[in-house]
Design a protein around this ligand. Sequence first.
Ligand SMILES: Cc1ncc(COP(=O)(O)O)c(C=O)c1O
Length: 486
Amino acid sequence: MRINYPSTRAINKQLDELIKKPIYSLSPEALRDYEEYYFEKKCSGSKAMIEKAKDRIPGGVQHNLAFNHPFPLVITKASGHELTDIDGNVYFDFLQAGGPTVLGSNPPEVREEVIKLLNDGGPSTGLFHEYEYKLADLIASRVPTVDQFRMLGSGTEACMAAIRVARLATKKKHILKMGGAYHGWSDQLAYGIRVPGSKFTQAHGVPWTMFRYVDEFMPGDLADLERKLRMKKLHGGVAAVMIEPIGPESGTWPIDQVFLKGVERLCKRYGALLIFDEVVTAFRISDRGASGLYGIDTDLTVFGKVIAGGYPGAGGLGGKKEYMKYLAAGIQSGDKVHKALIGGTMAATPISCVAGYHTIKRIIETDACEYAGKMGNRLTDGLKTLVKQYNLPFVVWNEGSVCHLETVGTMHFVVDWKHPWTIPGVLKETSVRKKEMEYMGAAYTAEGLITLAGSRLYTSAAYNEDLIDEALNRFERVFKKVVKKA
Ligand SMILES: Cc1ncc(COP(=O)(O)O)c(C=O)c1O
């Protein structure tokens, strides 16, 4: 398959234009109709359950991927490409649990192996299980930049481990991350989240001192990265540059391979480790990881999501032996180095490892990344046609099975500290646009389409061309109700 490599320059230009244009979104009448005739009439079971849950759970839901307008849905069944809610409504699943289910939901090939494991030995013992080795071996034999793999409880934990290792290995302290990127919710990495340049402004509850050694650079901007590397060199140097290989927020701000090569070069020049956060991309856009696909020589790779196939305990750090030796636990090698303390009672449980191993094995055997990517291409091409047909300013692109449908460009704003008086304006504009994105998401839901935050769509190997075409018909029903708002 030809993955639809987006021309990042063209897409970023379209996004630059999108955020200057008036907002095009669902008309107020259409929103009201969806609320009244769909959510109120057909989702009463969800509504009642969430009302009760609000009493016991802050915000009524446990998960930040839940849709909130007008209220979250309660899902009772998931299979292949479909989700079913408590009221029996059936949806196309383009959320895919936030990314892990490249094979579709609950594939029997994985489930049966998990059940076998549960029947034999239960979910966890705290001692070694053969699948720990099998999963590590499979990942290391597939991803060219990974010699060794350590499984952890989540992507957040794996990002924390990665920067700890980088600091030990380089004896430097500073970490540079790309503005806008999400590397989990740990204290130090809660910096420059969503909006590039936003620094600590979204890190409520985290003391500023936590960011003494963390900084961000502008997405796709090699000159800015080099400037920061040079500056930090005067203050002890950069331990690691951390990036999502398709751009911040799963490529919401797309970057290209020339940029990736440039980052690789700069890391070598300044003695910083290159960390790819492949929580989304590994075993989704390629079963060799984005580093394997693009031929980038990374030092450490952060894994998550697909490596446990939608089962709990989805996190891990992989990399070159010379760096992985800085992780504590296990048989001590002859190396006399200080090691990073990492842990997790429920990290690398047999259940995560068996699910991850059989998910990845099946992905490789069936070429699922490629197939899901083809479905992504079809969905994206269809959406582009609709956008043109209805004369909308929306921007659509994909990298394989990671598809973007930007209606308002919320994440294309930048906070520029050279003009601090503009900051409140930028933050207000992004929150207004985010609300409109939620309304669009509610409309998609009412048409039977579950998306990620109304702007991202993951395809899986459980789709086929007819299903994608049917989904496109439903998107069209929403697009027909879009008006210019302001
Ligand atoms: C790129 C990236 N890194 C890290 C994380 C954090 O992973 P987790 O949610 O498993 O903690 C995410 C989660 O969405 C992510 O997308």
